[in-house]
Design a protein. Structure first.
Length: 417
């Protein structure tokens, strides 16, 4: 492939992907607006029209911000590549460190990551302090936002810089089959993060206290016993410090597994509903969804690293994306920028797979708990989190990791889909 042809293909892919995403967002917003005036029949008795309209307005506000974010991201990608931004940034570090060295490569990639975060900051601030606040979800104070940002930066530097340096060293020192070594390093690193996240990293941002509500704890303990699931504890997280949205999740693996409930979730749901929501999450574990996703991620990562190893020796890959420096760090930067552009067509497949897992987890929850309680819990979560009940079908198929509300409730009720 020639560099001019690859430049044209890349430019076309960026424009086509951005244009298609904008069209999808417009279609989604128009569909929601068309159904704003009436609550779907399946939810008419549980969700008032005012809550349904709030969800529609909230979703459309997020879509508008998302459209701006898409345009900014496309401009940023083109500025870095065809606009010469990466070449310029690489040149700045060339004068401060030996060309092609691990120090230069680490500094270059770290600076690129930091600049990306700065570009994203205005959208994050607007989303948090304007949209989330307007609809009554934001609990974050400016001081807490600054504190979280500084902690994230410090963690990124403490963990990220050594990781980048290690990857660059492996890519340079392990010969033509370096991708195997980097893949093994990636696996070990991710497992280590899963192990230390619950006890060392997450508590830096939130307070976790043992679940004390005896009504909830009794039901949860009985459910865990029925399902044969062992955890390292049941914890309540102070999610209300930052947001009014509710959630629950598993974290860690092996003996470090924890079950975490947001305090906002416990304040909303009845004990039987909490049990049903947890039964759904246990369904993901029992149906081995987490393991399947980890295996898929590992397989895809191995394939991508092999592809990168081939592209590193293709001059058209560098020149076609607007750079002259053919270094290991530059190849890694270009690959990370180009990959989302060309991988978007796989999004519908991943979304469909995820929705299949959600149906399976719902079925497991129905077997181990009360399906009616799960339905009532989901309805409350749709209402309180302002989740739209009327997504555009095409948009949902491409993006949504969970089935649309109407279809999901019908599945739980045993109705034909």
């Amino acid at each position: 492939m020639t560099e001019s042809l690859f430049s044209a293909v890349f430019l076309a892919a960026v424009l086509a992907t951005t244009g298609f995403k904008l069209w999808l967002a417009h279609r989604h917003g128009r569909h929601i607006l068309a159904h704003r005036g009436q609550v779907p029949r399946a939810f008419a008795e549980q969700i008032p029209l005012s809550a349904h309209q709030k969800a529609a307005d909230y979703t459309r506000a997020r879509l508008r911000l998302g459209a701006v974010d898409l345009l900014v991201n496309a401009a940023w990608i083109l500025a870095l590549t065809l606009g010469g931004g990466l070449q310029w940034l690489y040149g700045q570090w060339t004068g401060l460190a030996d060309a092609g060295s691990i120090v230069q490569g680490t500094a270059f990639l770290a600076t690129l990551t930091l600049l990306g975060a700065v570009i994203e900051l205005p959208a994050t601030l607007y989303r948090t302090f304007v949209i989330e606040a307007r609809f009554g979800f934001n609990k974050m104070t400016p001081a807490l936002f600054v504190s979280d940002t500084l902690k994230s930066l410090a963690l990124s530097a403490l963990i990220g810089l050594p990781v980048i340096a290690a990857v660059l060293w492996l890519m340079s020192a392990m010969g033509t089959h370096w991708w195997w070594a980097v893949w093994l390093f990636w696996l070990v690193f991710n497992l280590l993060v899963l192990l230390i996240w619950p006890t060392f990293i997450a508590p830096l941002f939130n307070r976790f206290t043992p679940l004390e509500d005896e009504r909830v704890r009794g039901r949860v303990d009985a459910l865990l016993a029925r399902c044969g699931f062992r955890s390292n504890g049941l914890f309540v997280m102070d999610g209300s410090r930052r947001s009014a949205h509710g959630n629950a999740y598993f974290t860690g693996f092996g003996k470090s597994k924890r079950i975490v409930f947001f305090d906002t979730l416990l304040n909303t749901l009845e004990p039987l509903e909490v049990e049903a929501v947890l039964a759904h999450e246990l369904g993901h574990f029992k149906r081995r969804h987490v393991t399947k996703r980890l295996v898929l991620m590992a397989t895809v990562m191995l394939a991508l690293l092999w592809l990168l190893s081939a592209l590193m020796h293709a001059p058209w890959f560098f020149a076609g994306l607007g750079v002259e420096a053919q270094s290991t760090a530059m190849a890694l930067a270009l690959f990370m920028i180009a990959l989302p552009v060309f991988s978007f067509p796989f999004s519908p497949l991943m979304s469909a797979w995820s929705r299949k897992h959600e149906f399976e987890a719902d079925s497991y929850a129905s077997e181990q708990s009360d399906a009616g309680a799960l339905i009532s819990a989901l309805v409350k979560l749709y209402r309180d989190n302002a989740s739209t009940l009327t997504p555009d079908p095409l948009y949902s198929r491409i993006y949504d990791s969970h089935p649309p509300a109407t279809i999901r409730i019908a599945h739980l009720q045993g109705k034909p889909l």
